[in-house]
Design a protein around this ligand. Sequence first.
Ligand code: FES
Length: 127
Amino acid sequence: MAYSEKVIDHYENPRNVGSFDKNDPSVVTGMVGAPACGDVMKLQLRIDDNGIIEDAKFKTYGCGSAIASSSLVTEWVKGKTVAEALAIKNTDIAEELALPPVKIHCSILAEDAIKAALDEYKTKQSK
Ligand code: FES
């Protein structure tokens, strides 16, 4: 199976790898796993008082498509509102990276990671 150029670019030069201090009150974390393959993705977002995503970082233990998907979403979410970030669909990611059908679950992992992080945000807000 051939990876698209965009996948290879993100895989070789992943954007925003790393993590934030999870004790920082403006940081939320989404940690998700793919049942199909066991790959794991951690996405952290730093969200300001106005609900704008200021910064994003990820760590992914997984295939090239999962790494590319998480790298891509860290770029996409920056500067977005929480509602805009929630609107990102795995199909958008798969289309941008030209993922083949067997790699769709890798993009689902990235969508799930955004949702998991923003779930924590909502829980924090309601406190
Ligand atoms: Fe499972 Fe890519 S093969 S996340």
